[in-house]
Design a binder for this molecule. Structure first.
Ligand SMILES: Cc1ncc(COP(=O)(O)O)c(C=O)c1O
Length: 508
């Protein structure tokens, strides 16, 4: 049974109604009308053995007993035994419109039958159709598209363009960011978990992350989310964010201390909301001021929209729009192809033309099948109003998670995000915000999966539950997710965590 209660939200001081969970009810998974087929393939044990012998050992799957997924539909996944899961992580924020969407399947199979590959040595109409649609979604002067195969490739290309265009070399990125695994992308990525003990390439500077929850500055009105960080009061006047200015000083310090006098910079790159870093949001005005500073020093501003693009943040199609900024280059990946390997760099004609200084070629980028899929994804987002759904269901889910935080303030330190880009930061001490220890975190993570919900984890301490589902989820799916997390937390609180061993850890 669900009881209703009314409470004062201590973050916004507004009366809001929240449905409270009855502790006795076992969460019931919402119905699904798709009938999955029966798996007749290779056994779980054989697949596991082959993967552990022949797949690079850094690619560790989630969970003590990794899941072997067999079929997907909408927001649902089935494992080889036919068990159904609610996919609230979407293959790391990638399955934007739902697994095996019929319109994507049909566009891909039709294009495969018609023409599967060309490379840019010939023109082909699918590319024309797709780039026309894509640039319509962007500010007018971002009109030139270079299609690639992944987010990392998009990052690499964006840096190359910025360096060629400005004649400068240094790239500034935020600490706690993730921009990819290839050389330049990894050098701009600033989390120890993702850095190898080899000398990094020159020309990358990491600046203090403007993290209003965990960073040194930030208050209750700093961020653009239905829920504010509750721990610190905000003393600032409207429109004048002191935390934002403090973090900006750190960026100014880069020009004062790390670059040559009157130094120029090639580019500044930032995610609109940090993804792998644990759904971290910046003070509202930070990016605007940072962009002004970078432009003042002749640099180019790159918005990494690999996770936040294509409507995921709900209120806007692109995350950067929520910050009131206009980037010079936008990088895209993940949700662009609903799981098909695609990426894109979109920029201004004068920046794009810098690549003409040499030949630049990409065998698969702009492949006709990829373009057909990309077009279908854009169509479905519009036809099914998925951005609007991300806003409505996402806001509802964030508010429900906020209510859950009030029930478990000793373990839920922060609930944040926008639309369906959500983070739940787990802690063991609300005063110090000390992260929940890994064994407890991972056990919770297992329990959530056992009850049928797949979420991700992230943040430097892997203590943030990351919720980034396909944008077709419903309020019933949101309710189910909250009930499952609630139950897992309650169970976790009853256990004794002293000296518990849990060796498995995967930082994604
Ligand atoms: C924000 C961001 N940028 C870039 C990338 C790299 O994308 P890919 O893994 O497709 O190379 C990722 C991947 O997780 C990402 O989250």
């Amino acid at each position: 049974m669900i009881a209703r209660r009314i409470f004062i939200d201590w973050r916004t001081s507004q009366w809001i109604h929240i449905r409270r969970l009855s502790s006795s009810r076992i969460p019931e998974m919402p119905a699904c009308d798709h009938q999955p087929s029966v798996y007749h393939g290779e056994s779980y044990d054989v697949v596991k053995k082959v993967i552990s012998s022949h797949v690079a050992p850094c690619q560790v799957p989630f969970y003590k007993k990794p899941l072997m997924m067999y079929e997907g539909y909408g927001q649902w996944l089935w494992d080889h035994e036919g068990k159904r899961y609610l996919d609230m992580f979407a293959g790391v924020a990638t399955v934007s419109i739902g697994h095996c969407h019929p319109k994507v399947v049909s566009a891909a199979s039709h294009q495969m039958r018609c023409l599967g590959h060309t490379t840019p040595i010939y023109m082909q109409p699918r590319l024309h159709e797709y780039v026309t649609k894509l640039v319509e979604k962007l500010p007018k002067d971002l009109s030139v598209v270079y299609l690639v195969n992944s987010g990392s490739e998009a990052t690499e290309l964006a840096f190359l363009m910025a360096r060629l265009h400005t004649g400068a070399y240094d790239i500034i990125s935020l600490k706690n960011s993730y921009h990819g695994g290839s050389q330049a992308a990894a050098a701009s990525t600033a989390m120890s978990t993702w850095r190898y003990p080899v000398p990094p390439p020159a020309g990358y500077i990491h600046v203090t992350n403007p993290d209003v929850y965990r960073g040194p500055w930030g208050g209750s009105r700093c961020r653009d989310s239905p829920l504010a960080p509750g721990q610190r009061k905000c003393e600032c006047d409207d429109g004048n964010c002191a935390a934002s200015d403090k973090y900006l000083e750190k960026l100014e310090d880069i020009f004062r201390f790390s670059l040559p006098n009157n130094g120029r910079v090639a580019a500044f790159i930032a995610e609109s909301i940090q993804g792998i870093g644990g759904t971290v949001q910046y003070p509202r005005t930070y990016l605007r001021k940072a962009y002004d500073l970078i432009h003042h020093h002749g640099g180019i501003c790159i918005a990494d929209e690999v996770q936040t693009g294509f409507g995921r943040t709900g209120g806007n199609f692109w995350g950067f729009e929520g910050h009131g900024v206009q980037p010079d280059i936008v990088t895209m990946g993940k949700g662009i192809g609903n799981g098909f390997p695609m990426g894109a760099v979109v920029t201004k004609p004068e920046i794009a033309s810098s690549l003409k200084k040499a030949l630049h070629f990409n065998t698969f980028g702009g492949n006709p099948v990829a373009c057909a899929i990309g077009s279908a994804v854009l169509n479905v987002i519009a036809e099914e109003k998925l951005q609007e759904n991300a806003l409505q269901v996402g806001t509802y889910l964030i508010e429900r998670l906020g209510a859950l935080q009030l029930d478990h303030p000793s373990i839920i330190g922060d609930v944040r995000g926008k639309g369906l880009m959500i983070g739940v930061e787990l802690i063991c001490n609300p005063e110090t915000r000390k992260p929940l220890p890994v064994p407890q975190m991972l056990n919770l993570f297992e329990d959530i999966k056992d009850m049928g919900v797949l979420v991700g984890k992230g943040g430097l301490y892997a203590n943030v539950l990351r919720i980034k589902p396909p944008m077709c989820i419903t309020k019933a799916d949101a309710d189910f997710t909250v009930e499952v997390i609630n139950r897992a937390i309650k169970k976790s609180k009853l256990q004794n965590w002293q000296n518990k061993e849990y060796v498995f850890c995967n930082g994604i």
